[in-house]
Design a protein around this ligand. Structure first.
Ligand SMILES: [Zn+2]
Length: 216
């Protein structure tokens, strides 16, 4: 997002670090402080510019930590019972991905792996790294690249895709496996809710909470 030079130049004394451009019509505004729960709208097209996110930001680290624990639990405990090499056995999500792969359902195996393991984990690790560093009032190395990375993985980590992955897994597996109503399934369900809350935070807002302003 490059600030519109004309507007920046025509607003004398404007703090260029705090310019915000409308995603929908490219109008540029000076960022103003919002009260809790408020949302800034574009005066020209009515599009959403940004939300007040201080409380959401403060809740982010506990959310990421909770998500990581739930992720761990849902991957450590067996989630399905299926036929593996002729033996009926309970297996984890990762075991199920391997079984799908071995069963020549390569695409399904990849989709399930990407949406339920790879992208959520990548997003959680990137968030954790940034938040811990920012909590220590440091500017994380590679900050800009990681924020962009989070935005890039977002379409894949999106809750719809994630749920699709889960549904495909359950449907595909239910033909060859029984879903186990155990700790893995419960933590999995809770993880979906926590991730949805986490994903409602716009990673670009992280710029507002850097100890120093964005690098010039
Ligand atoms: Zn607009």
């Amino acid at each position: 997002m490059t600030p519109n030079r004309d507007v920046a130049a025509s607003a004398p004394g404007a703090d260029r670090q705090h310019l915000v451009a409308c995603e929908y019509c490219d109008a540029v505004y000076q960022r103003a402080d919002l009260a809790t729960g408020e949302q800034a709208l574009c005066r020209r097209c009515g599009g959403s510019l940004y939300r007040e996110s201080r409380r959401a930001y403060q809740q982010l680290l506990p959310l990421v930590a909770t998500a990581l624990i739930l992720f761990l639990l849902s991957n450590v405990f067996p989630i399905v019972e299926m036929e593996l090499k002729g033996i009926r056995a309970k297996t984890t999500l990762w075991g199920a991905v391997q079984a799908l792969y071995a069963d020549h359902m390569v695409l399904v195996a990849l989709l399930v792996f990407a949406t339920t393991i790879l992208f959520p984990l990548a997003e959680m690790m990137m968030m954790l790294y940034l938040l811990v560093q920012m909590g220590r009032r440091r500017v994380p190395t590679g900050f800009a690249r990681i924020v962009r990375g989070i935005q890039l993985t977002r379409p894949w980590g999106m809750i719809e895709v994630y749920l699709l992955g889960v549904v495909v897994t359950l449907v595909k597996l239910s033909s060859v496996a029984d879903i186990l109503a155990g700790p893995a399934l419960w933590s999995f369900s809770a993880l979906v809710v926590v991730l949805a809350t986490m994903l409602s935070f716009d990673p670009r807002d992280l710029w507002q909470y850097l100890a120093k302003g964005p690098p010039r």
